[in-house]
Write a protein that binds this ligand. Structure first.
Ligand SMILES: Nc1nc2c(ncn2[C@@H]2O[C@H](COP(=O)(O)OP(=O)(O)OP(=O)(O)O)[C@@H](O)[C@H]2O)c(=O)[nH]1
Length: 361
C-alpha cells in the first residue's frame, strides 16, 4: 500500500490580492483531482465548503468565521484528519486565509496537525503586483508574511509595465530570498504544484467520483460566477494548457544509484533558492534499508519521508525539484550531489533521512 499523505496548502495574501481568484483557478483546472477547500469567509467565494465537507462527512465548524482565531487546535487537526481520510479520495486541501488573517498562526496549526495522512503543503502568499509598494508601505506586517512564504504568487502582472517588472521582482525577493516568486496574471498558477506524486498513480478503473472542475463549472454556471473577468480569461485560454506551466522551472534526477542519506537530508532541509517542492523516491543501499522505497517530499524545508515497498520496481533514485526562478544549473548540481558516494564511516548518516520518517497509523 503506497503511503498517501494529503498536502494541506495555506493560501494567504493581502486583501484583494487574488486569493479567491487563485482558488477558483486551481479548482477549475483540477483535471479530475479532488481538492478539499476550507475558507474562512463564506460570503466572498462562490465555492461552497459543502462541495468538500458534504462528502467527507465532517464539516469544519468555523464557529467565529475565522479559522486562525480557532482556539482549539485539536479540532482543527481533527477536521483536517477527517478530510484527509483516504475514503474521501482528496488529492490536496487548500485553506484560504482571510486577507487580514495572520498566516503564521495558520501555518503553525497545519504543522501541528501533520500525521500519516496530513502533510504540510506550504504557504502560498499572493501579492498584488500593481499595488505592492503601496501595500508594503501601509502595512509593514506584510514583511513578516512574505518572509515565511514557501511560494510567492505575484499576481496582476498584466498591470505592471514591462520595464518595471524586473525591479519589482527584485524588491519582492528582498523580503524572502529563498521562496520562488511566480509572476502571473489572473492567478493562473499550475495546480500540479499542490498535488502529491502518489495522486498520479490513481488511474485504475476504480469508481470515479465527482470531479471538482466539472462540479465547479456547473456550480459557477448555476450561481453566476462572481469573478467574470477571471472566468472569461480562463475560457479563452482553455485550448492551450501549456500556459499553465509558464514560470515554472524544474530539475530532475533519475538514476539507479543509491543516495547518500546525509547529503539528501541536507538537500531537503535546505533546498536550492527558488525551489518550492521536492518530491521523489530514493534508494538507500544500507542493511535494513535496501528493501524500503523511501518516498521523500519537502516544501519550504519541511521534510516528510515515508517508507514503501519496492514491489517489483527497480531500485533507484528519482527526484524532481519544482520552483520558479531556480538557478537550474546550480539546482541540478545540488540535486546530483545526493547520489555522491557516502562516506563508509558515516554510520549516523541515515538518521538525516529517517528522522523525518512518518510512521503510518
Ligand atoms: N486586473 C487584474 N485583476 C485581478 C487579477 N486577479 C484578480 N483580480 C481581481 O482582483 C479582485 C480581488 O481578487 P480576489 O481573488 O477576490 O482577491 P482576494 O485576495 O481573495 O480578496 P479578499 O478575499 O478580499 O482578501 C477581483 O475583482 C479579481 O477579479 C489579475 O491578475 N489582474
Amino acid at each position: 500500500m503506497t503511503a498517501r499523505a494529503i498536502p494541506v496548502v495555506v493560501l494567504a495574501g493581502f486583501l484583494g490580492a487574488g486569493k479567491t481568484t487563485l482558488l477558483n483557478h486551481v479548482l477549475r483546472h483540477a483535471d479530475g483531482r479532488r481538492i478539499g477547500v476550507l475558507v474562512n469567509d463564506f460570503g466572498s467565494i462562490n465555492i461552497d465548503l459543502l462541495l468538500v465537507s458534504g462528502q467527507s462527512g465532517g464539516t469544519m465548524d468555523l464557529a467565529n468565521g475565522c479559522m486562525c482565531c480557532t482556539t482549539d487546535a485539536g479540532d482543527f487537526a481533527e477536521t483536517l484528519e477527517s478530510m484527509a481520510d483516504p475514503n474521501n479520495g482528496l488529492d490536496a486541501i487548500l485553506i484560504e486565509a482571510s486577507g487580514i488573517a495572520e498566516p503564521k498562526a495558520l501555518v503553525r496549526m497545519v504543522l501541528a496537525a501533520r500525521s500519516a495522512t496530513v502533510a504540510y503543503g506550504g504557504l502560498v502568499y499572493v501579492v498584488d503586483a500593481a499595488n505592492f509598494d503601496a501595500t508594503v508601505a501601509d502595512y509593514p506586517q506584510l514583511d513578516d508574511h512574505l518572509a515565511i512564504a514557501d511560494l510567492v504568487v505575484c499576481n496582476k502582472m498584466e498591470m505592471v509595465a514591462a520595464e518595471l517588472v524586473p525591479p519589482l521582482l527584485t524588491r519582492i525577493r528582498r523580503h524572502n530570498a529563498s521562496a520562488p516568486v511566480l509572476p502571473v496574471s489572473h492567478a493562473a498558477v499550475d495546480p500540479e504544484l499542490f498535488f502529491e506524486p502518489a495522486a498520479q498513480i490513481a488511474n485504475d478503473d476504480g469508481p470515479r467520483q465527482l470531479t471538482f472542475d466539472e462540479l465547479l463549472r456547473e456550480t459557477a454556471e448555476a450561481h453566476g460566477d462572481n469573478d467574470h473577468k477571471d472566468h472569461d480569461h480562463e475560457e479563452h485560454d482553455h485550448g492551450d494548457h501549456d500556459h499553465l506551466h509558464h514560470g515554472f522551472d524544474s530539475v530532475a534526477l533519475e538514476v539507479a544509484l543509491p543516495v547518500d542519506p546525509r547529503r539528501l537530508g541536507r538537500f531537503l532541509e535546505q533546498p536550492p533558492a527558488g525551489a518550492y517542492r521536492i518530491k521523489g523516491t530514493v534508494f538507500v543501499d544500507l542493511p535494513d534499508h535496501r528493501d524500503i522505497a523511501y518516498i521523500i517530499q519537502s516544501v519550504g524545508g519541511f521534510v516528510r519521508v515515508e517508507g514503501d515497498s519496492w514491489r517489483g520496481r527497480t531500485r533507484g533514485t528519482s527526484v524532481v525539484v519544482i520552483g520558479a526562478g531556480l538557478d537550474t544549473a546550480a539546482a541540478q548540481a545540488a540535486l546530483d550531489g545526493i547520489v555522491e558516494p557516502a562516506d563508509s564511516d558515516d554510520v549516523n548518516g541515515v538518521l538525516h533521512l529517517t528522522r523525518h520518517l512518518i510512521t503510518g497509523s
